[in-house]
Design a protein around this ligand. Structure first.
Ligand SMILES: Nc1nc2c(c(=O)[nH]1)N[C@@H](CN(C=O)c1ccc(C(=O)N[C@@H](CCC(=O)O)C(=O)O)cc1)CN2
Ligand SMILES: NCC(=O)N[C@@H]1O[C@H](COP(=O)([O-])[O-])[C@@H](O)[C@H]1O
Length: 206
């Protein structure tokens, strides 16, 4: 049976699409049983539907509006993921900081995140914009993309793959974003394949 990859998104889903395309082409030996978004009406959900992949939306706002906590949200989110029986959880533009309570639900299941920056640089949201500003100020000469394991420290997890991305003097933000996204789409698939291969080796060694 192909390894099960559950994908969490928050937006356009171009990285989700890269995973879908890789699975469909055979470049990535896996299946995607579920896509979860923390935002409704995002194009990533349309991509999942078009690919025939079940999806669920679990937004934080109703929890906070009802006086419920982020941890309650995270535990419900974890249960959705657990119910899909993942071999790997991929955060593909998932714009929600996961609590220790969520992470503790997955002691053995690998979680990876795609982040459009180099390790230790521009952790958190709006990384591309911040890198572009830093380049304009002469603080950096290039940026990058990484796939990393997810730990409580946001974007502090062990890198699985890292690739530097050039910033050109003539770049505007859109040009840099396009260059970074094209690297992301390749790196995420490669990173998922590496982690799935590691998991398969662990299972065969057990
Ligand atoms: N515990 C962890 N959670 C998450 C990680 C991680 O490494 N550890 N990676 C992030 C992805 N991410 C950057 O790669 C990231 C996403 C979102 C935010 C953030 O500030 N989110 C805000 C809400 C922002 C919004 O809704 O637009 C929040 O959660 O309050 C920072 C970094 C995924 N989660
Ligand atoms: N901190 C996490 C973060 O910034 N993630 C970024 O969100 C975008 C999602 O695009 P997509 O919805 O088209 O895949 C990607 O650029 C990804 O690196």
């Amino acid at each position: 049976m192909a390894p099960r990859v559950v994908v969490l998104i928050s937006g356009t889903g171009s990285n989700l699409q890269a995973l879908i395309d890789a699975v469909n082409s055979g470049a990535l030996t896996a299946e995607i049983p579920l896509v979860i978004s923390n935002r409704s009406k995002v194009f990533g959900l349309e991509r999942a539907e078009k690919a025939g992949i079940p999806s669920k939306v679990l937004a934080l706002k109703p929890y906070t509006a009802a006086g419920r906590t982020r941890v309650e949200y995270d535990l419900d989110l974890a249960q959705l993921v657990i119910d899909a029986k993942p071999d790997l959880v991929v955060l593909a533009g998932f714009m929600h900081i996961l609590s220790p309570e969520f992470l503790n639900q997955f002691p053995t299941t690998p979680l990876i995140n795609l982040h459009p920056a180099l390790p230790g640089q521009f952790d958190g949201a709006k990384a591309i914009e911040r890198a572009f500003e830093a380049y304009q100020k002469g603080e950096i000469k290039h940026t990058g993309v990484m796939v990393h394991r997810v730990i409580q420290e946001v974007d502090g997890g062990e890198p699985v793959l890292v690739k530097e991305v050039e910033i050109k003097p003539e770049d505007d933000l859109a040009a840099l974003q396009e260059r970074i996204h094209s690297v992301e789409h390749v790196l995420l698939v490669q990173g998922a394949a590496i982690v799935l291969e590691e998991e398969a080796k662990k299972k065969s060694a057990a």
